[in-house]
Design a protein. Structure first.
Length: 338
């Protein structure tokens, strides 16, 4: 076991070093220009490096760790800065927005997907990725509906493109609408696809948007469970080739980092985390987030996006607009945009 761990660490080291170097540069930029922050530079530098020269295979394990487990550890650490009462309040406040966006996205997925001629499995993957939590939702439901590797790749590429666009568009939209940090956190948490992009967009916006966005996003992630159950039932009735969702697999869909985030938020509320330790945890989380976003940027594959074709991209664009528009409409109806 120690030898296996050492082997994996050595394999990940080059990629982690690359992500860490970009993270350090982005943190310096963020401190020199607080209005810019460190999230946007991290992902921009990563994309720029990937476009100039695609990372070699030796960097891939470390990039995957930084943008996967590394980001999830950062999310857990964010819980130390947010009392559990605030987490519950943010999640409860955003429930009407979440319900409306999920319903609108589900309806648009079927209607628009059929109009564009996108196959049932592929449109389901793109719809789940847009409506819930990007790549995590795609990975969770792919075996349930029996999606092929090509369909998964096309869906992932589509979602990845709109994740990058969201980091640029949403902060500009939020400022243009005059949203405060709390309102923008609700918008980003309910309308941006992937957790990494939610964090990046909220980080670019600034203020207290990040804590609210993460809390809302983690609650939204739980929608994977009822969706997977519903799709499993539908596939069994249809006689499709998907894998039935067992109770143990359903329980495994609950993200471990959500539980860790909640536990640290509870510890914060109970006063078990000293103020000095909170600062250390906050800095560690900030570095891991920057490294994760660097990994996301370095993973950019323009050719994979182009291979997906215009139909999945068109579906992703329309669904992203539907989700964002629905979120803003519901927030306006509840007075959150006033």
């Amino acid at each position: 076991m120690p030898q296996l761990l050492l082997h994996r660490t050595m394999r990940a080291a080059p990629g982690l070093a690359a992500c860490g170097a970009i993270a350090l540069v982005s943190l310096v930029i963020g401190r020199a220009a607080p209005a810019v922050g460190s999230a946007a530079p991290a992902i921009a530098l990563g994309v720029g490096c990937a476009v100039l020269r695609a990372p070699g295979p030796a960097l891939h394990p470390g990039m995957a760790w930084a943008s996967g487990p590394g980001l999830r550890v950062a999310i857990v650490l964010l819980g130390a800065g947010l009392p559990i009462q605030s987490v519950v309040a943010a999640g409860a406040e955003a429930l009407p927005v979440m319900a409306a966006t999920l319903g609108a996205c589900a309806l648009a997925t079927v209607v628009v997907g059929r109009v564009l001629g996108v196959g049932r499995r592929l449109r389901t993957l793109v719809g789940a990725g847009t409506g819930i939590c990007g790549a995590s939702a795609i990975a969770a439901i792919a075996p349930v509906i029996g999606a092929s590797s090509a369909e998964i790749a096309y869906a992932m590429s589509t979602i990845f493109l709109f994740n990058l666009l969201a980091v640029v568009v949403f902060p500009v939209l939020g400022h243009a609408l005059g949203l405060d940090a709390h309102a923008f956190g609700v918008l980003a948490g309910t309308a941006v696809n992937d957790t990494s992009s939610v964090i990046a967009a909220a980080g670019v916006f600034g203020g207290g948007a990040l804590a609210v966005a993460v809390a809302v996003k983690l609650v939204r992630t739980l929608a994977i469970i009822p969706l997977s159950i519903a799709l499993s039932i539908g596939e069994s009735r249809r006689g499709g080739g998907g894998s039935p969702l067992t109770p143990s697999r359903a329980a495994a869909l609950v993200p471990w980092f959500l539980i860790g985030f909640a536990l640290l938020a509870l510890a914060r509320s109970a006063g078990w985390i000293p103020a000095g330790m909170q600062d250390v945890i906050s800095q560690a989380s900030g570095f891991l987030i920057a490294a994760a976003l660097a990994g996301v940027g370095l993973s950019t594959d323009i050719r994979a996006v182009l291979r997906a074709g215009w139909r999945p991209l068109g579906l992703g664009a329309i669904l992203s607009a539907v989700v964002a528009g629905t979120a803003l409409a519901v927030m306006s109806a509840f007075g959150a945009l006033a």
